[in-house]
Design a protein around this ligand. Structure first.
Ligand SMILES: *Cc1c(COP(=O)(O)O)cnc(C)c1O
Length: 401
């Protein structure tokens, strides 16, 4: 019998979305006539933009002909798309080197797999509330994590405690689930703190495309010194509707070199390259072709139309909350709106209240950590019509009762 990785026993039961599905199914079974509106799950609804869809079809055709067929590609991604990503960063004034870009099947795999590069005795800081993958992937390999608290006092943007040492720091900005987005001087403080501690920041920029204020950093590399201390993860999932098509990328700058215990220099770029070449055989050619189209002038423009659609939905949600005097976070540079549950309810009670009274499904903040227990997340990823209908019901419910 094998000895198993018993760290899996330490994982918190990931019951959030299954519990939501279960409660919604039970309700619809009892009330089949009710029109339930889902503003809960973090999945997009707009289809692929035209040029990405066409590139997919074209790629498929190339695969069907012997003279254009592609087999295994480079593990790091094809040159064109790595270059297209470099150009995409350049548009917002950030210089990165193509050799730092690793194309992947999404940011979830990369944020989970990055633990392969580190030993198991690091001081790892993870904000709460946050995307649960960071904690779970560390627990799975036996790492201990420490939490940095996001709460109403710091607008869900925790800052470093300079008296505390750290080796690895996770940051997600704009944040899932709170929608909170660090400004440049706040990120600069994290970079300075990481440099002082010789720590590595693992920066998840999955929602960078939702940032509409040019003063706010969309990449951690907009901050001086970040290439000496940060790895950045990004994804086409929310930006370009790739949740089902699967493509993301990770930037590991050549500057990230640390000294091993016996004095050797170790490059994180070389290690990630080795890790990917060993355990990953590259992103599908067809998908990379579609992704490259997303980064074309036309693709960026077409994706902006979808982002604008979601922004309008977010405005519908935030306008309603403002009218009701409910304080919220996010919703401006993020598809997520995060707010304290009204009437002193905890997040699951409020979930049931919305489901039963107005048939609107959101996400209880408890699913994102201790600090989310009295908060609730709504997403702008629904259709416009459903969002308007849901928020009309929401306003009626919370005004009259
Ligand atoms: C959705 C999301 C991702 C994207 O994951 P993919 O695997 O690229 O679909 C990454 N990080 C956060 C915080 C997310 O919410």
């Amino acid at each position: 019998m094998p000895n198993l990785n018993e760290n899996y026993l330490k994982l918190q039961e990931n019951y959030l979305f299954s519990e939501i599905a279960h409660r919604v199914a039970a309700y619809t079974k009892q009330h089949p006539e009710k029109n339930v509106i889902r503003l809960g799950i973090g999945d997009v609804t707009r289809p692929l933009c035209q040029c990405a869809g066409e590139a997919l079809l074209e790629g498929a055709k190339e695969m069907m002909s012997a003279d254009t067929f592609k087999g295994y590609g480079p593990e790091q991604g094809y040159e064109d798309i790595r270059k297209a990503i470099v150009d995409y960063y350049k548009r917002s004034g950030v210089e990165i080197d193509a050799s730092a870009v690793f194309v992947s099947d999404g940011a979830k795999s990369d944020t989970g797999n990055i633990t392969d590069l580190f030993a198991h005795d690091n001081v790892i800081l993870i904000p709460t509330p946050v995307y649960p993958v960071y904690v779970d992937s560390n627990v799975m390999c036996g790492n201990k994590v420490e939490y940095i608290e996001g709460n109403a006092d710091n607008d869900f943007l925790p800052m470093p405690d300079w008296d505390q040492h750290a080796d690895i720091i996770y940051i997600c900005s704009p944040n899932n689930p709170t929608g909170a987005c660090y400004n440049k001087s706040q990120l600069k403080e994290w970079v300075d703190y990481a440099l002082k501690n010789q720590a590595v920041i693992l920066f998840d920029a999955a929602y960078e495309a939702f940032v509409s204020d040019p003063e706010l950093p969309r990449s951690i590399y907009a901050v001086e010194g970040a290439k000496q201390c940060a790895i950045e993860f990004c994804s086409l999932s929310k930006t370009a509707g790739f949740t089902g098509t699967r493509c993301g990328y990770t930037i590991v700058p050549q500057e990230l070199v640390f000294t091993a215990s016996a004095g050797e220099e170790m490059s994180l770029n070389a290690m990630w390259n080795r890790r990917q070449c060993t355990k990953y055989n590259g992103t599908s050619y067809i998908v990379q072709k579609a992704a490259a189209a997303v980064f074309s002038e036309e693709g960026i423009h077409q994706c902006q139309e979808n982002l604008e659609y979601y922004r309008e939905n977010a405005r519908v949600i935030t306008d309603t909350l403002s009218d009701l005097g409910i304080r919220f976070y996010g919703g401006v540079h993020s598809p997520y709106v995060w707010f304290e549950c009204p009437k002193d309810m905890d997040s699951w009670t409020f979930f049931d209240y919305l489901l039963h009274e107005i048939q609107v499904v959101g996400t209880p903040g408890a699913g994102f950590g201790e600090n989310g227990k009295r908060y609730f997340r709504l997403t702008s990823f629904g259709t416009y019509e459903n969002t308007v209908e849901a928020m009309t019901r929401f306003q009626d419910l919370l005004e009259t009762k």
